[in-house]
Design a binder for this molecule. Structure first.
Ligand code: IMP
Length: 448
């Protein structure tokens, strides 16, 4: 049984925990897109870990983990993660494999990400994580990117030097276009002076990278197909979420890859026929980080201070796992959920963070939008239209008691059960998992 797990909203739905829970039935876990812009938080045996690149399957003994070709991998972040794993007694070698086709995010991509964002005028900024994701994917499609397989060749460091020099030329142009105050960019891990990177320094850094990571690199396509043939279960995990998809999200306020379930095939080398099940992780309310439209938004750190939204942010600990930025919060949006169900083919929902809603006397659900005076129940394809919609709400009674200690679906307070049922009814698909707290134990497995 091969399962794809996707984020249904704007990321941060609690995928890390759900993946961790589903991993017990998987033999191989594959990360299929994104990079270290994502952060999966996993709490197991009382320890909290944030994994950015390594699939959280690594925390389960004997599971094989693959960083697929759809990922853009920052080798410095990966080395840090591998070392952090080792420090807690988990040895990735022999269980972690990186595809030869995986693109590398280099320090010069991070420099470009920062410089491009600084050159964007207010209102045009994307609010990127600054991790070099956009420039790395841009290099991939413009066919200039370095792939992990290049680390296994003799000319790798010459390619690095060439690319640093080319990037320095681009950076000189971006410096002239800078609209923000400030006259340099910061790239953690290397020196930048006057928007210029030092080629010798970067070559030395990537020499170490090459030594440390080459043993993990292999062609993972035959490996996955052999696993499949041997009857092993493969779990494919996406990062970010449907509304951040480069094609289906709120373009241009999106990430540069396809978090949707189609991306799982493109990003791993398994075919659509190999996928048996799609699990959509969705939060009992909505959050977003970065810029872009958000119809049910109630609260943000800039100009919206609705007390219900603030309560969601506080109770849900809504701060980015990687960037620590406060997240924007709002009510559950069933238009998004239905759209996510359609574009991903969600079979089962993993509904997370229901416990965050324990304290609201009344809870709203967005069931449709009003766009220019007309009711619509589909997702507009343009961010400009989505920015104009007004949510049409339905209101339900809250349950006003704690749910995080519930161990069986039957013991859920009736009003909480009614809320969950309504969300599923409005969204399509079936309920597979209900999560009522951050720990692995606070999970009700209904169908998965
Ligand atoms: P990038 O992926 O760094 O280029 O950022 C593009 C957009 O995606 C920004 O709005 C980010 O805040 C958002 N984004 C990227 N990764 C994540 C994530 O893991 N969770 C939530 N938002 C993300």
């Amino acid at each position: 049984m091969n399962t794809v797990l996707i984020g249904s909203q704007w990321g941060d739905e609690g995928k890390g925990k759900v993946i961790d829970v589903l991993t017990d039935k998987a033999d191989v876990v594959v990360r299929y897109q994104g990079g270290s812009n994502a952060g999966h938080t996993v709490i197991a045996e009382g320890k909290k870990r944030v994994l950015r690149l390594i699939p959280s399957g690594i925390l389960h003994e004997g599971k094989v983990c693959v960083i697929g070709n759809g990922v853009v991998m920052n080798p410095l972040d990966l080395i840090e993660e591998i070392e952090a794993m080792r420090a807690t007694g988990v040895e990735p070698k022999g269980r972690l494999f990186i595809s030869t086709r995986t693109q590398m995010v280099m320090l010069y991509h991070r420099a470009l990400d920062k410089a491009e964002e600084a050159a964007r005028a207010p209102g045009k900024k994307i609010g990127t994580t600054g991790r070099g994701i956009g420039p790395a994917y841009a290099a991939k499609v413009s066919r200039t990117g370095l792939r992990c397989g290049d680390m296994l060749t003799a000319g790798f460091l010459d390619l690095v030097r060439e690319q640093v020099e080319e990037t320095n030329a681009k950076l000189r142009m971006l410096k002239a276009e800078r609209v923000d105050a400030g006259d340099d960019i910061e790239v953690p891990g290397c020196t930048v002076k006057g928007y210029q990177l030092d080629a010798d320094e970067l070559v030395a850094i990537y020499r170490t990278v090459q030594e440390k990571l080459s043993p993990y690199v292999r062609d993972t396509v035959p490996m996955l197909h052999e696993a499949k043939k041997a009857g092993k279960s493969i779990l494919l995990e996406g990062a970010q979420g449907t509304m951040l998809d480069i094609d289906f999200g709120t373009y241009p306020f999106v990430t540069s890859s396809n978090p949707t379930s189609g991306g799982a095939c493109i990003g791993s080398g398994l075919s659509p026929r190999d996928i048996d099940c799609v699990v959509g992780v969705i939060k009992a309310y909505t959050t977003r980080v970065g810029e872009g439209p958000f119809p049910t938004e109630l609260y943000n750190a800039v100009n919206l201070q609705d007390p219900d939204g603030k309560t969601m942010a506080e109770r849900g600990h809504e701060f980015g796992a990687v960037t620590k930025r406060p997240r924007r919060t709002g009510w559950y949006d069933a238009v998004i959920a239905r759209y996510a169900q359609q574009v991903n083919g969600v079979d089962y929902w993993a509904l997370t963070k229901l416990d965050v809603m324990d304290v609201f006397p009344k809870i709203k659900i967005c069931v449709a939008y009003e766009l220019d005076g007309r009711r619509i129940d589909y997702m507009p394809s343009s961010a400009a239209e989505l920015a104009r919609v007004k949510p049409i709400y339905e209101e339900m009674d809250g349950w006003m008691c704690e749910t995080s200690n519930v161990t069986r679906m039957e013991d859920l307070p009736p009003k909480a059960k009614a809320y969950v049922d309504r969300l599923v009814e409005l969204s399509g698909g079936k309920l597979g998992i209900l999560s009522i707290g951050p720990a692995r134990e606070s999970t009700l497995r209904i169908a998965l």
